[in-house]
Design a protein. Sequence first.
Length: 221
Amino acid sequence: MKIKEMLLSACAVVAVLAGTAACTSGGGGVTAGAKPKAAPTADAVCEGGVYSWFNVDKRDVLTGIAEKEKVARKGAALTHALTRLHTPRIAVTFEKGSRAVDAKAVLQALAVHAGVAEAGDDGVSTVFADVHRPAQNLDDGGTIIDGVGTVVRYAWVEQVTADFRYACGGGKPVTGRAASWVVDGSGLLECSTPIEDAKEGEPALAAARLSCDPGAPAAKA
């Protein structure tokens, strides 16, 4: 029985950014019909600051699992649906200081720091920073396997979390926590087959311990 782990196709996200423009008069007065320029607020966005990252955690997390299923012939289709266990968050929480940076900028900076995107990569970093991105779709339309045995199907994502400090200009530093995910995938395991090089916390091992019988070879690290 072969154990498979597959990556699902990544989302394609297009971000449209709207800019604003301010007009001022050339002299000391205000041109008739024009609005006076507003004074900067304490929460104005400050660009070009410096991030410091702490407690960065990047790991594969089990997000969905199906009950074990007995397969008696090759080429059979699995029928047990995945049950969602975890919905990864895409969010930035500001803990201290004025909000001098927006959430999207924080997440894009984290994507580069964590190595899931390169600087200037608007593809991966835009997806990573999209707080409106829907949760991973666990309904993949079914799976056909090429072996027999007691099979468990599972899903996972690569989740990234980190604490940050952002210093910009003469204002007080901003601190907070950022979280997102970048890769989603699915896998199959057979309960009587040990998982090669299994380590604590890995999605496959967690899935085996949840769905296989107690003491099954696949559930042992």
